[in-house]
Design a protein around this ligand. Structure first.
Ligand code: FEO
Length: 167
């Protein structure tokens, strides 16, 4: 069954949102690099790569369903943050926003009784639980270390490991 035009448009918007997320996280990685925090940069750069994969998951799905992928302009991301905590608070807030977008897509696919789209979206619903939890965990840890440079460097060393072992 060919996907409806309404869902096609909504998924195209979501592709843009996922690619924007990737771009935003890449900008956060550049910020951490400028702060010499290579572990934080590594973590968020991996996150950026995951967001591109999310966009591509929708991209491939839309093609499989006979839809047309239409790419749009990607918004310019922010480039400066006040602190590491500030970055992760924003990343957490951003994930909550993305969860809302996914939930809106679920509502739309439910209304259209499009079960194939719902199945793909359920993967994203689960993924969002993880994404929110991992961003929040880092927010909490950064709050714990407060102004301790030692604590910040320990956390940096921990986040450097993402992607170097089985997650
Ligand atoms: Fe693809 Fe972090 O949402």
């Amino acid at each position: 069954m060919v996907i409806s035009k309404t869902l096609q448009n909504a998924i195209n918007k979501q592709i843009n949102a996922e690619l924007y997320s990737s771009y935003l996280y890449l900008s956060m990685a550049a910020y951490f690099d400028s702060q010499n925090l290579s572990g934080f940069s590594n973590w968020i750069r991996r996150q950026s790569e995951e967001e591109t994969q999310h966009g591509m998951k929708f991209f491939d799905f839309l093609n499989q369903r006979g839809g047309r992928v239409i790419l749009d302009k990607i918004e310019k991301p922010k480039i400066e943050w006040g602190s590491s905590l500030n970055v992760f608070e924003e990343s957490y807030k951003h994930e909550i926003y993305v969860t809302k977008l996914i939930n809106n897509l679920v509502d739309l696919a439910t209304k259209e009784k499009d079960n194939a789209t719902l199945t793909v979206l359920h993967w994203f619903v689960d993924e969002q639980v993880e994404e929110e939890a991992s961003a929040l965990e880092i927010v909490e840890k950064l709050k714990m270390v407060e102004d301790s440079k030692h604590g910040l460097l320990m956390l940096d060393a921990q986040l450097a490991k993402r992607g170097q072992q089985k997650e």
